[in-house]
Design a protein around this ligand. Structure first.
Ligand code: HSE
Length: 350
């Protein structure tokens, strides 16, 4: 049986959950998928770094509390030392899930670059490197004959990017529109029920949907990055971030939402892109009052959905979770499964 050696860069919620999945379901996954996974390196801001060619004891590292010590107490280093670990660890695949600045894509973009330069395949859940450096990083992966996968950057593990790519052959994708941020969708729903904007945002934060600083969710920055990824990756738009017009939901009041409802409409924050007759692509993020029978009007709570506009099938809609630790960890697993199934499979020990 093939075993892929993986490195977990960042050991917060997402990669920790991936490690839990491997620890608890590893054997079941191997028999279902036809390959095994062995974690050979972990780096973390608080715990430092650990490399074990023979495989890391996941039960042990999952019990470690950064308050009680670092990987130095277990033969590793107290420093994350991402550059050295990514370049030198014996991994086939780097799973990148660090805390990254979405405005610069760093440090994730550098992590991806170092990994590809060192001949390692990469999957990441970070939006920044894909939205801001996607063409460069995909080009680097192609140049080295490696995989660069990022399903989790949009709608976590809900299949969107690969799904649309597999839908492409034989038809034209002319655009898409979607609800791509769970927090803003949840807030709009609660405001429609009469809650104030501030109360609704506070609730979304308590439920863990919104960021501690919810500006990226509310003002459309998060959706802007996701629209940019979908437009460039699926429509070949070649857009920069500034090309995606952005407007958030903070100007909407509960009264606006209740009035719209009386008129058979529902406000949603819609991220969309469409191909113009000249082949160029226009993309934007803006609130829209949708008729109740519109495919996106019924997407409620923190759910996400994206509706692809195709010439032969009409609209094709995918709906599912857009965030969450397990949902995003699954995206990394789905990336590894895609690498395994590809024509140039990941190099690994048999
Ligand atoms: N905070 C985001 C949301 C999840 O509310 O959808 C990560 O993109």
């Amino acid at each position: 049986m093939t075993t892929y050696d993986i490195a977990l860069i960042g050991f917060g919620g997402v990669n920790r959950t991936l490690a839990e999945l491997i620890a608890t379901r590893g054997e079941k996954l191997s028999s279902e998928l036809g390959f095994g996974l062995r974690v050979v390196a972990i780096t973390d801001l608080r715990l430092g770094s650990l490399i074990r060619q023979e495989g890391i004891d996941l039960d042990l590292v999952l019990r470690l509390d950064p308050a009680d010590g670092t990987f130095e107490d277990h033969g590793g280093s107290a420093q994350p030392d991402n550059d050295r670990v990514i370049r030198t660890c014996p991994a086939d695949i780097i799973c990148e899930a660090t805390f990254t600045n979405p405005a610069t894509g760093e440090p994730a973009a550098s992590h991806v670059r170092w990994a590809l330069e060192a001949g390692k395949n990469v999957c990441t859940t970070n939006k920044g490197p894909v939205a801001l450096h996607g063409a460069e990083l995909s080009g680097l992966a192609r140049q080295h004959g490696l995989h660069f996968e990022f399903e989790g950057a949009v709608m976590s593990g809900t299949p969107v990017i690969r799904f649309a790519r597999q839908l492409f052959p034989g038809l034209a994708l002319n655009g898409f529109e979607g609800i791509l941020n769970g927090t803003s969708n949840y807030v709009l729903g609660r405001m429609e029920e009469g809650l104030s904007f501030d109360e609704s945002v506070r609730e979304a934060q308590m439920l863990g949907y919104a960021e501690a600083d919810p500006t990226a969710d509310i003002d459309g920055y998060d959706v802007q990055l996701k629209v940019l990824i979908l437009a460039n990756e699926l429509l070949g738009a070649g857009l920069a971030l500034a090309d995606v017009q952005r407007q958030g939901i903070s100007a909407l009041t509960p009264e606006d939402l209740i009035k719209a409802r009386r008129e058979g409409l529902r406000w949603k924050l819609v991220g969309s892109a469409r191909r113009n007759p000249d082949g160029s692509v226009m993309a934007s993020v803006a609130p829209a009052a949708l008729p109740l029978d519109h495919g996106l009007a019924g997407v409620s709570g923190a759910s996400n959905a994206v509706s692809f506009n195709t010439d032969l099938l009409g609209p094709v809609t995918v709906s599912g979770p857009g965030a969450g630790r397990m949902e995003t960890a699954y995206a990394l697993l789905s990336d590894i499964i895609a690498m395994h199934g590809a024509r140039n499979p990941v190099a690994a020990d048999a």
